[in-house]
Design a protein around this ligand. Structure first.
Ligand code: ATP
Length: 303
């Protein structure tokens, strides 16, 4: 009978390995269509992150040659600071993050980390330096511990629990009847949007990257959950170079700087106060969303 099971076991192992390889891409931006393969130059050296400075220099890009999305983006994100990218839907905010992770290469211009063009370095070393908290987290039909350690099956239990604490999900997990061994996913416990985000934050803490991309959730969390998640994110962003892809403005106030992307370029750049005073595009967006938020909160309070 064992002989019968061994190949099945192998199959399970192969399946898990493949799944782990794929997850990075999928979880990242929820991309269903696999992007064209970006190939390393022969003997590409490993990226050496000394401080974590990120620079976009005259970056042009379009998914389709007929439609350019980014038309010369210049951005300098000093090491350890945060930059929030805002702008109308479809402006190319997530595209900037995909280029930094090198899912695609710019058609013109370049991106540098600590002075090294990312197109010249080994992809694996690039991706090891960047952590992403995606909009939507993919959960496997496995234990919550496995889901937090995701792809790092060698991670020590203490490290997994430490990351869970940092993501403020440890208490929740410990209160489950089976703790870290509780099954989640379609065939297990269903996690809420906020809990799933915390799993993503814990994964990132375990990776401990110097550069962070936070792709803000578009799906609405209630305002109290959103605020709690926001506090956790601010804590993990400290001392890391952080790019926040902001689909709403409520979360960008605390960023060191805000870039407003419009028509493929950085139209405005500054702190929240500076941009409000300027009375331009950001100020318009801000007042409009602030009014919407007041209405939403009033509706929540009335429930
Ligand atoms: P939102 O705030 O709505 O998420 P965004 O500013 O993040 O928007 P992107 O996701 O960067 O926008 O998309 C920019 C443009 O590129 C959009 O017009 C989008 O339709 C297009 N686009 C995005 N991904 C692809 C793709 N894989 N293939 C072709 N076009 C794409």
């Amino acid at each position: 009978l064992m002989q019968l099971f061994r190949p099945l076991d192998m199959l399970g192992w192969v399946y898990r390995s493949i799944r782990q390889g794929l997850i990075d891409m999928e979880a990242m931006f929820g991309l269903l269509d696999t992007p064209a393969e970006v190939v390393d130059k022969p003997h590409a050296p490993a990226l050496s992150v000394t401080r974590g400075n990120v620079r976009f220099e005259g970056v042009h890009f379009g998914y389709d040659p007929e439609r350019e999305i980014l038309k010369g983006v210049d951005l300098d994100i000093p090491a350890g600071t945060s930059l929030a990218v805002v702008g109308p839907s479809g402006a190319g905010k997530s595209t900037l993050a995909r280029l930094l992770y090198r899912f695609y290469d710019p058609t013109e211009g370049r991106i540098l980390i600590d002075g090294q063009p990312i197109a010249e370095v080994d992809q694996r070393s690039l991706r090891a330096a960047i952590g992403i908290v995606p909009q939507d987290t993919v959960l496997f039909n496995d234990t919550i511990g496995y889901n937090i350690a995701y792809g790092r099956s060698e991670a020590a239990t203490a490290d997994v629990e430490g990351a869970a604490k940092g993501a403020a999900i440890d208490d929740f997990v410990k209160a489950l009847p089976q703790g870290y061994e509780s099954m989640v996913g379609e065939r297990g416990l269903k996690l809420s949007g906020g809990e799933k985000q915390r799993v993503a934050i814990a994964r990132t803490l375990l990776k401990n990257p110097p550069i962070l991309i936070l792709d803000e959730a578009t799906s609405a969390l209630d305002s109290r959950t959103e605020q709690a998640i926001q506090e956790t994110l601010e804590r993990i962003a400290r001392n890391r170079t952080t790019i926040i892809i902001a689909h709403r403005l409520s979360t960008v106030v605390g960023a060191d700087r805000i870039a407003v992307l419009e028509n493929g370029k950085v139209a405005e750049l500054g702190t929240h106060e500076e941009l409000l005073q300027k009375g331009g595009l950001y100020a318009d967006l801000w007042y409009r969303q602030a009014a919407e938020r007041v209405l939403e909160e009033a509706a929540e309070a009335a429930e």
